[in-house]
Every structure is written in structure tokens, then in C-alpha cells.
Design a protein around this ligand. Sequence first.
Ligand code: C2E
Ligand code: CA
Ligand code: CA
Length: 667
Amino acid sequence: MSKSKDKRIKKLGKKRIWLSVMGLVFILFLFFCAIMTVLATSTIDVIQRKLTYSRKQSEKIAQMCAEYEEASFGDIRGTLLTYVDLMPEIEAVSIMGAEGEQKWSSNGSYPDMNRAAELDFLTDMLQLPTRVIIEEDYSRMFEIEDGTIFFSNDILNKIDYQQLMDTENYFTTEESAPVIYFKVWFVMPAKSGNVMVLNQISLYASDLFMMLVSLAVCALLLCVFTLYYMISFISILVNMHRTSRIIYTDLVTGGDNWLHFVKKGTSLLKHNRSNRHRYAMIHLKMRKYRSFCTCFGVREGEELIEKFYRALKKQMRHREIIAHHENAEFGLLLAYTSKEQLVARIEELENILDGVLPSMKLYFGVGVYQIEPGERDVEQLYNNALIACDMLGEEAENKIAFFDVEMNKQKLWERRVEDDMDRALANKEFKVYLQPKISTSEEKLAGAEALVRWIHPTEGFIPPNKFIPIFEQNGFILKLDDYMLEEIAAQQARWIAQGRKIVPISVNVSRAHFTREDLAEHIAAIVDKYNVPHDVIELELTESAFFDDKKVLLSTVKKLHEAGFIVSMDDFGAGYSSLNSLKELHIDVLKIDGDFFRGADVEERGMLIVAEVIDLAKKLNMKIVAEGIENREQVDFLAAQECDLIQGYFFAKPMPIDEFVEKYKEQ
Ligand code: C2E
Ligand code: CA
Ligand code: CA
């Protein structure tokens, strides 16, 4: 898997959770700030209002006190009492001497100056040249400096409200309503300097209540938002889990998928420290799965795959994994101790799989790659196992192939060829070589076969067996054959134009062409571009094409024949020959495969068969070409059998066109 793909998939699995976390933290912070602001502003506001109010009163009283002599306190007493009565905010007013001695109080109570603590308020905000005293004996709460009041957090934190409430003196509960209030003395130095006016005011519960309500609202909102974020946070986690399940689930088996296999496999290989166990990457595939689906249906096929998966999964041991790859293929990462043990294990797995469908004998192909310590690119390792399995072919058999380096080389070569082929065709890197066909009677040039060679810019000369099989698999052979045919038609046209005597030249028509029904028309169209008579072009069809689409082959041969082309059957006798093909196809030339003439033991029997084939072909009115003829004895034997033409190294190897012209210009 490419790195970018890997990244994209990982991204899918991961929601951006940090955004939610940051959101949550931000909201919490906002609420903290909001609460602090509400608390601070409402508290300060209430106190400031009270203080401003009482300061004004106190200032008046202090002014009055200053205006009267000490002796005439009595005269202002009435005024002070009226004040207290009229001002609901004011509890009591006391007058004290400069030394703190109590002189008079409207309700008879005085702050105990020895026990009283001065409260520090936020002076900047309050900006009151007032002294506030709360009676208590354990801590100072306010401090006045230059007529400004300071507030000490430290001290406010230390207030034991419970104790305050318990102590009647400082906290009073009125019966009419659950009203709690602080009684606070405000000290106002009178202008005369030797008198202090003490204002006692209360902070009522209604004010506290407002604070509490705003606090509660804030807390509630905070809870709602926190809850909201918690829920979204949890749902993100749940979604993440679900997404990762989807990403790692195989749609056919419902089990772990390939992505999971790669991820888990990489981690298993990374952490394998065992000296005893090594890992093997296995590619296991059911053979003829497509045929199975054609017979029983795709759904049944998929059900079978699911059953295979479950059966295999059960067999996995600790730290072993399996996943469905594609079609009927599975990847397995198995731990093993020896090659023998591994083979036995795989055979056992094959038996188990075969047992999944008792009514049918199933066959499996297995490719194995024995992983070296340090190797952990799961996709690459699996690819090696796959390459090994590819080498097994498609037969219905249980077979196990172990990967070796040669296999890899072959695969690399295939990839190289596929990468280069289009460019090669465009750049005319494919060259036509001609191999002469010599008449047995006169030993003169009677024809030639066009054979392709690849002159690669970096690899140099490449023989056809190195690329033709690859082209046959990937379909590029269709383009190459057309190219060869066109080159030959053009060449023949040039020779005709030059007034040379020409011989028929054969081109190979790969079996891959026999899927198109208009093949004959297609061939004729190419040749007709050059206005060449059809009988100077011979088409070599391989006998094996007879086993593909017989209908297309028969009709194509018939049409080619009618169009005047020479049609030959190549490689007769190689592989599974069928005399039937001779009966049904109207072939002009039979090319006897070179294999008949090779190998010492089979020589005699081979020759016997060759003689019979020649005889048979003669009776069927066919010309005979013997291929792969390398020595004089073979030539003499073929001449005795009245074989028409000989193609082989004995006379000449395939050669470039110039060389061919040079060699046979006399003939
Ligand atoms: P083929 O069509 O059977 O071609 C004959 C092969 O036998 C040629 O191999 C030729 O060089 C070789 N040969 C000829 N005389 C002798 C001999 O005396 N001894 C031995 N040992 N070999 C001899 P080449 O050129 O390597 O081609 C191999 C195969 O590649 C061809 O077998 C053909 O199947 C395929 N091929 C070559 N060119 C083309 C093409 O243009 N199109 C297609 N479809 N196939 C081609
Ligand atoms: Ca041939
Ligand atoms: Ca041949």
C-alpha cells in the first residue's frame, strides 16, 4: 500500500478529537471567567452600593459631629436616631472617641475594637476612604492605608462562615424569613479628628441570594455545556471505534480485512523476538473459483469464501493472522519451526478447507515466502508468496511453491517489459528477422518466416521467448502481430516495386487473436493498405488455438482462405495434437514442430511419426514444412519423405532483412 493511501486510511479512522477537547477546555475556561466576573462584579457592586450609601450618611454624621462639641453629642442624638430610622440600610450608628472609647450608640451595641478585624476590600474598585470592621477575633479582613481600603484574598478565604453563622453576634437569623446577613461596622473618622463615627450596615440575604442565583445559573449552564461536550466526546469515541471496524472489516467474510492484515502483520513481524519461531507469508487460493461461481453462482461462491475464512481462522494459533485478500485468495502469516513442519501444517489446512464442501473435491494453490528476520513489508512479502503461487500454473491440483529469488527476477522482468512495451512499439524497437524456408528438392529459397526481435535501448538484443509469453498474457501481442504483419506487407510491397522476385513470408498469428470474429477482415485490411497480393503473405496459426474458440478459428481460417492468404498450422505435434484439427481446418501448410527432431531416445519413434504425418498431410493436399532442422541427416531424411520445405539452423538462423536480401539476392 502506498504511503499516502496508508495515511488517508489512518485519517479516516481518527476523528479530530483534540478539537473537541480544546473546545471543552475553552468552554470551561470561559465559564470560569464568567463566574468569576459575575461573582466579583455582583459582590463588588452590592458592597459598593452599600458602602457608597453609608459613606454618604457617615460623612453627614461625621460633619455633624465635627460641628458640635463633644458635650453636645446629646443634641445630635435625636438626629442620629432619626437617621437610623429613616435609612433602612443603616442598622446602627455609634460614636467613639479618638482613643476608641465608646461614647454613644443608637442601639447600644459597639464593635469590640480589640476583637474587631478590619476588612480589606478591593480598594481600587471601591475607592472609599472608609474603614470597615467586622467583629471577629481571629483574622483581619480589611486594612486601611492613607484612607484607602485594601482587600486580602488570603483572609477572605480563611473566613469560616459556618463559625460566623454559629456565632450569634456576627450572624443573625431573622425569624420571618430565612435571611442571613453580615453585620459590618463602617468606621468614619470625623473631621474633628477625635471622634469616629461607626456605621453598622448589613449585607442582606437578598443580595447574597442574587449572587447565589447567578452562580447557580452559571453552574447550570456550565453543567449543560459540559454534558453536551462530554456526550459529543463520547460519540466521537464511539464513531471512531465504528469507523475503524468498518475500515478493518472484510465485506465478503465479515472478518478482518486486508488492511487489518497488513497493519497487524507489520506489528507482529516488528515485535517477533523469538529464536525458535520464524514467520512464513502464505498466499492460499482456491483453484477454479471462477468456474465454481459460474456453476453455482457468485453468492454461493462468497458463502464458500466466508466458510473458508472461518475454518482457517479457527486454525490460527497465538500471534498468527489470516485475512481474505481478493476472489478466493487468502493471506496467512504463520509461525513455523522447520520447512517440513510448515508444509505439514499447510497440507492440514488444505484438508480442512476441502472438508468445508464435502460433496466436492477442492484444490488449492499455495505460495510460501519464508520471512527473513528484519523483513516486515507485509505487502511485499505477500507479493513474493503470490509470485511463488503464480509459478504453479492453473492445474487442478494441490500444490505448494516456495518463493525463490529467480521468481522475483522473472516478475521484475515482466514488469520491466510491460513498462517499456508501448514505447518500444512507438520507437520501432521491434525488428523483423527473417528465417528462410528452403525447398528440399532444390535446396533453394522458397519462403521465409518473420520472427520478431527486440533491440532494447539499454538491454540490447532480446529474444522473443523473453517477451512473447508476457505479451500473450497481457494482450500486447495483438498490437505486436499487427505491427509485424504490416512491416512484412510493406516490405513485400517495396520488393514488388523494385521488381524483385519474391517468396511468401509467413507471420505468426497468436491464439489471442481468435477472440475477434472479424480477424480475417482485420488482417486483409492491414495487407491491403500496401496493395500486396494476398498469396505472398502466409499466416501461421498455432495448433493450440484450435482448443479455444473453435467456431471463430474455423470461420477465420475459411475467410482467410477465401481471401487468398496462405494459412499454415504452426508447431504441429507440440503439446496436445489433434488429428481432428486437420480434418476440420482448411490448412495449406503444416509445420511440423522442431521437437520431433530433438532428443536421442525419441529419435527413431519421432522419425516414424514424422514420416506418417508427412504422408497424411500429403493425402490431405497440404504442404509440409519441417522446423528446427539442424543437420544434414535430418535434411536427407526429410527429402526422402518428400517433405516440401525445411526451416532450421542447418540452412540459416533468423537474420535481419538486409542480411536476408544480401544472402538470397541471387535466388
Ligand atoms: P515459432 O513460431 O515456432 O518460430 C520458430 C522458432 O524456432 C524461432 O525461434 C526460430 O528461431 C527457432 N528455430 C528455427 N530453426 C531452428 C533450429 O534449427 N534449431 C532451434 N533450436 N531453433 C530453431 P524464435 O525466433 O526464438 O521464436 C520463438 C517463438 O516466438 C516462435 O516460435 C513464435 O512462437 C514466437 N514468435 C516469434 N516472433 C513472433 C511474432 O512476431 N508473433 C508471434 N505471435 N509470435 C512470435
Ligand atoms: Ca511460427
Ligand atoms: Ca513453429
